[in-house]
Design a protein around this ligand. Structure first.
Ligand code: FAD
Length: 488
């Protein structure tokens, strides 16, 4: 067994700590903030409102269960969740409303009824999304793509051979536009590109596997909210003997003769033969390893989008809203061009509203709701954020008020705002990007940073900025890959 340091208590760092502790390693997690979770944190606002600060959509819950099972625990003693039905309420710019039911045939019938697209066309598309997921996920998500051995296994060779049929030459948008004539349905499926911070007009059609995660495998709601994922895993990690050291940022990764020897934190110097960085890979190289050659090509990959979030305590209930609500803009292309080509926010962006108080009544006072209102925005490159925030706040209020037929501004009882510089400051994510580098090009999966250092023995990487990618499930998979690498 080895003494292992983990830099950062984001979900990837916590999951790695659990896995390594189960295997008998002595694990210390250094966290710069006063508590765990990173992007997956929670906040409270005056008046009795609680919010999940970052992620709100939860898929592949078995990846969390697996950690409890590995440790010989019963998952349900720590963490419970339910399958969401309906999943999402969609409000289109032309006034059409659509409910995404969990059951695929029911969802397809709803689309036929509301949008006039034959249900069988929808089911055919969802089935192709399933096949894309089943054909590639094992390769691209479950294994290191950066070890030669990966390419010797038959399933990987098979998946690589199948790739061209999944559409490497067309974009996600082209694929959806070819499948459906209805522009609203194309917009609905294009939105799945934002699940890893990408642009449907540039991202490869391969990403059309994402809808299967939500519609085929299900969207879930953890009892108590998303933060319960981090809370329950930290409880498990502590029971397994993992030491969490909060408000102790790592300032340098120490090295000698081509291998890591320890870390220097704000308080002390520690010896470690293995170090796992859960900090974004760009600042890991730039700040913690300033004298080491950095993999420039990888670090310069375009960033994924960031987010602008308004957390609003709302003094009324809206029975027509569910956990996930989307208020679509009339011009999706303009919106993504603004983010990825002009590095700004369009005048009328699509708005996502997450409300958990319907499922967790203690998240808002009786008769009130907790609205997490999010717009996709570019990562921070020094834009005039105060001006963009103010303009976007007005645009959000206009779009949501119009769709609901009620002025929302007078209902706001409490407010907090998180913007890309704020996300960067709190989590160290480069530019405040939510998912590390974007997947806007065909080879993005291969251009992410590997889960280990090619130059420094004993240095590993987990979390949303490295392979296999951002989002809760992929961060959990990075933990699995790293713990396997450490023991090999
Ligand atoms: P992070 O959460 O990035 O945490 C890194 C940790 O490292 C932080 O706690 C930081 O303080 C710490 N740290 C950094 N530098 C140091 C240092 N030098 N020393 C010590 N500690 C350090 N994903 C989904 O699956 N579904 C969603 O709906 C979703 N929506 C999102 C919405 C928002 C607004 C945001 C912000 C993210 C969203 N995501 C979503 C993405 C998801 O939250 C992330 O991919 C995931 O939580 C990232 O985890 P991570 O392991 O990379 O660590």
């Amino acid at each position: 067994t080895h003494p292992v340091a983990i830099i950062g208590a984001g979900i990837g760092g916590i999951a790695t700590a659990v896995r390594l502790a189960v295997r008998g390693h002595r694990v210390t997690v250094f966290e710069a903030q006063e508590s765990f979770g990173g992007k997956m944190h929670q906040l409270e606002l005056p008046g009795g409102y609680r919010f999940d600060g970052g992620p709100s959509l939860f898929t592949l819950p078995h990846l969390v269960d697996e950690l409890f099972t590995l440790a010989g625990r019963r998952p349900q003693d720590y963490f419970r969740y339910q399958r969401l039905d309906p999943i999402t309420q969609y409000f289109f710019a032309d006034g059409t409303r659509l409910t995404a039911w969990a059951d695929e045939p029911r969802f397809a019938r709803e689309i036929e009824e509301k949008l006039g697209v034959p249900a069988r066309e929808v089911l055919r598309f969802l089935d192709s999304s399933r096949r894309a997921y089943e054909g590639t996920a094992a390769t691209f998500l479950h294994k290191s793509l950066h070890k030669a051995g990966t390419y010797l296994s038959p399933d990987v060779l098979q998946a690589l051979a199948a790739l061209p049929q999944l559409g490497l030459t067309s974009t996600m948008h082209q694929r959806h536009a070819a499948a459906f004539r209805d522009a609203r349905l194309v917009q609905l499926f294009d939105r799945f590109a934002t699940y890893n911070g990408s642009d449907p007009y540039q991202a490869p059609a391969t990403l059309s596997l994402i809808p299967h995660l939500e519609h085929g495998l299900g969207a879930y709601y953890p009892e108590g909210g998303i933060y319960a994922i981090a809370q329950s895993l930290v409880r498990l990690a502590e029971e397994l003997g993992v030491e969490f050291r909060y408000q102790e940022p790592v300032l340098e990764i120490l090295t000698a003769a081509g291998r890591v020897t320890g870390v220097r934190t704000s308080r002390e110097v520690y010896d470690f033969s293995r170090v796992v960085s859960n900090m974004d890979v760009v600042p890991t190289y730039r700040r913690l390893l300033p004298r080491q050659p950095a993999p420039e090509r990888t670090l310069r990959q375009p960033r994924s989008s960031s987010a602008l979030i308004f957390y609003w305590g709302i003094g009324r209930r809206f029975p027509e809203l569910g956990v996930h609500n989307i208020f679509f803009s009339p011009d999706y292309k303009c919106e993504f061009d603004a983010i990825f080509r002009e590095q700004t926010i369009s005048d009328d962006p699509t708005v996502y509203v997450n409300i958990t108080s319907g499922h967790t009544p203690t998240d808002a006072p009786p008769g009130h709701e907790n609205w997490f209102v999010m717009v996709n925005v570019p990562h921070n490159q020094g834009q005039d954020w105060p001006a963009l925030v103010e303009r976007t706040r007005q645009a959000v209020l206009r779009r949501v008020s119009q769709a609901l037929g009620t002025e929302v501004a007078p209902l706001i009882r409490a407010e907090h705002i998180w913007d890309p510089p704020g996300i960067e400051a709190r989590t160290s994510s480069f530019g405040g990007a939510l998912y590390g580098s974007s997947s806007n090009n065909t080879l993005a999966a291969f251009l992410r940073h590997p889960n280990f250092s090619r130059k420094l023995e004993g240095l590993y990487f987990c979390g949303g900025s490295v392979h296999p990618g951002g989002g809760i499930p992929l961060c959990l998979l990075s933990a699995r890959i790293v713990s396997d690498l450490i023991d090999n």
